[in-house]
Ligand binder design. Sequence first.
Ligand code: ADP
Ligand code: DP6
Ligand code: CO
Length: 364
Amino acid sequence: MGREGEPWVVMKTARAPSNIAVIKYWGKRDEKLILPINSSISVTLDPEHLSATTTVAASPAFHSDRLWLNGKEVSVEGERYKNCLREMRARATDVEVESTGRVIKKEEWSSLHIHIASENNFPTAAGLASSAAGFACLVYALAQLMGVKENYEGELSAIARLGSGSACRSLLGGFVKWNMGQEADGRDSIATQLAEHSHWDDLVIIIAVVSSRQKETSSTSGMQESVRTSPLLKFRAEEVVPKRIEQMEKAIKSMDFAEFAKITCADSNQFHATCLDTSPPIFYLNDTSRRLIGLVERWNRHAGEPQVAYTFDAGPNAVMFARNKEVGAELLKRLLYQFPPSSDADFSRYVIGDQSILESTGVT
Ligand code: ADP
Ligand code: DP6
Ligand code: CO
């Protein structure tokens, strides 16, 4: 079947999880290539609860690239979408259309238009890394559609990075490091896995959705302003983060919860301090976020050593790590007691990976 013959559509669907940084990326040294001013470390979240699902389709009947996000058409004209599409097209190979046996030749991909439909199963642009899940998923789905073979480790991660920095970490599971890299072309600014999820499966992750509202300052523009105006950010990137990266890698390898918790909370707090140090200041946390911090800090102080860690991205929603299942169940009980459903500070949703913890607290 030729292009002028009966129209055909080829389609692929993929799902990619979000990730939460325990050492934050905040600030770029290159805006176009999305190269960070410091390395970062994250934990990839459970796709059941926090993921993007993206379907990509190509057909000679399509006249332009188009994107629907959560059911609404949005512009695909932005540089980030264009860069990801261009890099993927450049790596496309011959692909057979299953239903017809027709082969889409490598060269054809440059003129075929792509339609993209993506849905997030969690709040978009609310500080739960939707841009990470979204761009990782887009790149992965396009790789399936266009028959892109990774010819060196991390190539897809580097393309996802062109969509959103944090997305390069979502192509890998478990504990992930995004190395800031040295090269001007960003070749070595890629993510690598530090450990599988199963390496530390005692750890329980609980997410309290404080607000699903879209943030007022996007991560992209927030970090631009911080780089431009915050002296604390420069100090953080140069003097603080390199040491923390080393300490965090060790804590993860040796499953040292006390160290993991200490660094995770300190790094979240320093990131929000740089937001406050930005001019004009940026506020991502709200009163509920601060009450959560207080609850965890008091608990840890009483216990004598850390039981729970918290971290907040660019939004008010909390991601908490409990040292084991028992502590996870106790944390949920305390959260429900302190923030009862239908109080002014309740959570619209709790998201946790382990059903048995929900059952043990009677939460459904
Ligand atoms: P978040 O904290 O959720 O990552 P950001 O401000 O970093 O918020 O990014 C939000 C932007 O990411 C959205 O406005 C949209 O452009 C993009 N995005 C989010 N989800 C998707 C998706 N599933 N597919 C493509 N792009 C997405
Ligand atoms: C606070 O990756 O969303 O979540 O690269 O401009 O798309 P862009 O920003 P983004 O920033 C994430 C910032 C953060 C910390 C982190 O995920 O490391
Ligand atoms: Co983001």
